[in-house]
Design a protein around this ligand. Structure first.
Ligand code: TMP
Length: 219
């Protein structure tokens, strides 16, 4: 039986930098609102005031100063722990659909495949941060790494023109490992994750996302 929004549905939208997830998340939220379905749009890192403060620490460019891979992992996890408890679970408990731009899979793709921290450690840290919460559906938007990075570096409301955030500024080989990580995640969890080619017109991508949603949920 299809899950009903009243039961609280949790959908995440993921993908490499520049895959267009913010645009698609907004389109999805607008669509659900036209159906009078209660919905919140949130993001990671962020989604609550403590999460947004941690986001700043994580994303601001640091020049010569190095944030260790382990510090980075725990900061993403700390932001998530707060976000789950302060924002996601309370919204689900009152029957809201929660759409999150990034969640556990970003940590697997970026800190696991990208930085090289063992995947089993990432799983354990994610488990602790989320208390076991998993998305009902994860849409992974796929994009060629060069194209994605080109897009991401051109459009970013949080950094002035010409500046990129600390993670966008990573090498193209890092971003290729991240993309590969996402492809592995879809292979390993085909029930939960759906891969969608995002190198197409926005309306075609959003059409595919809507189809996924209506196939799985009673919306
Ligand atoms: P975004 O909100 O613009 O996608 O920026 C978030 C950045 O943080 C993006 O480069 C992906 C990265 N990130 C991780 O490396 N690990 C994580 O767990 C999350 C949530 C994001």
């Amino acid at each position: 039986m299809k899950k009903n929004p009243k039961q609280g549905i949790f959908i995440t939208i993921e993908g490499p930098d520049g895959c267009g997830k913010s645009t698609q998340a907004e389109i999805l939220v607008a669509y659900l609102k036209t159906k009078s379905i209660p919905v919140i749009l949130t993001r990671e890192p962020g989604g609550c005031s403590i999460g947004e403060e941690i986001r700043e620490i994580l994303l601001k460019p640091r020049g010569e100063q190095i944030l260790s891979d382990e510090t980075e992992l725990f900061l993403f996890a700390a932001a998530r722990a707060q976000h789950v408890r302060e924002t996601i679970l309370p919204a689900m408990s009152i029957g809201s659909v929660v759409i999150a731009s990034r969640f556990i899979d970003a940590t697997t793709a970026y800190q696991g495949y990208g930085r090289g921290i063992p995947i089993e450690s990432i799983r354990d840290v994610n488990e602790l941060a989320t208390g076991g919460l998993k998305p009902d559906l994860t849409i992974i938007l796929d994009i060629d790494s060069e194209k994605g990075i080109h897009r991401a570096r051109g459009v970013n409301e949080e950094t002035p023109a010409g500046e990129v955030d600390r993670i966008e500024a990573e090498s193209i080989t890092f971003h290729k490992r991240v993309r590969n990580g996402y492809l592995e995640i879809v292979k390993n969890e085909p029930e939960r994750c759906v891969l969608i080619d995002s190198d197409r017109p926005i309306s075609e991508v959003s059409g595919d996302i809507m189809n996924c949603i209506t196939e799985r949920f009673d919306v």
